[in-house]
Design a binder for this molecule. Structure first.
Ligand SMILES: [Zn+2]
Length: 182
């Protein structure tokens, strides 16, 4: 199991797009820090262990995952909503995106920095769960969303040990405009 854990973990990397160099320096700094934070959140031992369990249960072969790219800069979906992740199911390429500086500033003012960090890490985890499930349930968005909620709840039940923050985090991630598009 440990070996499998390391295999998936070794495919997760940060990928910066050079064409965003026009952003203010402080935003580039912010997104760079954000991507490092996301990498740590996704590589967390308990989460990697959980993913191995989920992939086994869903009979999704780890070898179907070609790469998990953590994109440094956010993108907008078709309706202007932020995108959490994407999956190229043919090539097994998964991409994870951050929230915007603007969103994080507003969020931080409302809930504080600690909750922002918890939110950002768990949003990325939920996104990775979601995109991994697309490798099996390709275009079945409804099924993927339902299972993402189920698996995310299973993971956080342990992580938060049923503290009140677990419920509010779940609502923040799934009631917000989560994963528009793919
Ligand atoms: Zn989806």
């Amino acid at each position: 199991m440990l070996k499998q854990t390391c295999v998936l973990s070794s495919k997760i990397k940060i990928v910066a797009e050079p064409d965003k160099a026009a952003l203010p320096e402080r935003h580039v700094w912010f997104y760079t820090k954000y991507s490092c934070f996301t990498l740590r959140a996704l590589n967390k031992g308990s989460f990697q262990k959980f993913l191995v369990w989920m992939l086994t249960l869903e009979e999704i072969k780890e070898t179907n995952v070609n790469s998990v790219d953590i994109k440094v800069f956010p993108i907008q979906g078709e309706k202007g909503h932020s995108v959490a992740g994407k999956c190229d199911t043919n090539r097994g390429k998964i991409r994870i995106y951050p929230k915007t500086v603007k969103f994080c500033t507003t969020f931080s003012k409302a809930f504080g920095r600690n909750i922002l960090f918890t939110y950002a890490g768990n949003r990325a985890r939920a996104a990775l769960i979601h995109e991994l499930l697309h490798l099996k349930y390709t275009d079945n968005e409804a099924k993927v969303r339902e299972l993402t909620k189920h698996y995310y709840a299973t993971y956080t039940k342990k992580q938060f040990a049923n503290k009140p923050v677990a419920a509010s985090m779940y609502n923040l991630i799934f009631d917000a405009k989560y994963l528009e598009g793919k």
